[in-house]
Design a protein around this ligand. Sequence first.
Ligand code: GUN
Ligand code: FE
Length: 433
Amino acid sequence: THAVAYRAAILHSLDDPAKVGLEASYAYYPDGVLVVADGRVRDIGAAADVLARQPAELNVVEFNNKLITSGFIDTHVHFPQSEMIASYGEQLLDWLNNYTFPEERKFADPAHSARVAEFFLDQLLRNGTTTAMVFGTVHKASVDAFFQASDKRNMRMIAGKVMMDRHAPDFLLDTPESGYADSKELIERWHNKGRQLYAVTPRFAPTSSPEQLAEAGRLLAEYDGLYMQTHLSENKQEIAWVKSLFPEQKSYLDVYDHFGLLGDRSVFAHAIHLEEPEFDRMGGSNSVAAFCPTSNLFLGSGLFNLPRFEDYEVDVGLGTDVGAGTSFSMLQTISEAYKILQLQQHRLHPLKALYLATLGGARALRLDDKIGNLQVGKEADFIVLDLQATPLIKARIDNTSTLFEQLFVLMMLGDDRAIAETYIYGQRQYRRD
Ligand code: GUN
Ligand code: FE
C-alpha cells in the first residue's frame, strides 16, 4: 500500500448550504495535504497536521497556485451526442428529428461506438468530470462499448441502453420485448462490475409505448440498486404531446409513476415546467431532478426553478446534457446555472454551486458514501484546478481577496483550461500540457 500525498490549497463540500448554512457546508485548507492510498482518501487536512501524523518518508507532490477539489459529477449526458454538439436552429422535437436521430443511427456500428466512447471519456477527464449518468443509444453495442471504455479507466459511471419503440425512425426502434431482453443482458454483464452501474433508460414518454414503459418498470423491480433515467417536462410542445398520448394520466410525471418508474434512484432530466402535484410527488417518491442549464438555454426550453425543488426536498444534480448542452465543462454549466437563477431573481452562491457539482451530484446518484468529497475513506476521484489558467483568470484572481471570490471567478470564467489534472481512484488519468 503505497501512499502519495498532494499538497495544495484544498476545498471540498461537506453538506448542502441550504440545509446547514454556508459555514458548515465546506472545508478549506489554504495549505492542505491530501493523502491517497489504495485508490482511497487516507488523510486530509492542514499540511502541518497531516504531515505530523503521517510517516516521515511520505511521498509528497507539491502544487503552486492550484486548488484541489473533488471530481465533478455530471448527472445527465448523452455520450453518443458528443460529436453533434452545437447543431443549429431547432428546439427539442425538431432537434431530435433533424439532428439527434440521424447521429444516433451511427451507433449501430460497434467500432463507431467504441471510438466515440473513448472520445467522450477523454472530454470528461479534461473537464474534471469523474462520474456521470450517461445515455447510450437504442443499440446494445453502444452501451457495451461505453462500459468497456469506462471500466478500463476505472471510472465510476452509470449508463444504460435507450429504450424507444415508437415515434422515431425505424432504424432506431426496439420493441418492448427486445428492449427488455437487451437491457437485461447489459445489466447482467455490467451492473456492479467494478465501478460500473446500470440505469434502465426509457428515452422519454413519447418514444415508448405503454407496453415498453411497463417492461422498464419490470426490470427495475427485478434487480437491486438499478437506476432509472429519462427526460421530463423539458419543452411545452413535448408536454402537450405527452398529454395527448396518455390522456388517462394526470400529468407528465404521472405517466412514469403509473409504470413504476419513480423512486430513490430515478433521475429525471430537465423538469422545467412541473406543476405543483408533480413537485410534491417527486419529493414524496425520493425521485431526483437533473438541472441542465446550457441545454435549457440552447434549446430554448425554459428556466429551472432550483429553490422550488428545495421547498419540496427534491434532490437536484447538475447535468451538461451534451449534445443539447453546449459544454462538457461543469464550470461552464455552473456559470449558466447562475444566470438562469439570476433571471428568476435567485442567487447561486459559489459554495452551493460546488456542492451541486460534487457532493450534491453524488447524493442525487445515491453514491455519497463513495464519492462527492474527499473525506477519509472515499474513493479518490479528485481534480487540480489552476488558479492561473488563463491571463484573465490570473488577473482577476490576483484582484480578489476571499476564497468565495476566487471560486466564483473560476466558475464564471473557467472551462477545460482550468483543469490541470484529473485523478481517478488515486491514479492520474489526465494532465493538461
Ligand atoms: N428528450 C428526449 N430525448 C432527448 C435528448 O436526447 N436530449 C434532450 N435534451 N431531450 C430529450
Ligand atoms: Fe438529455
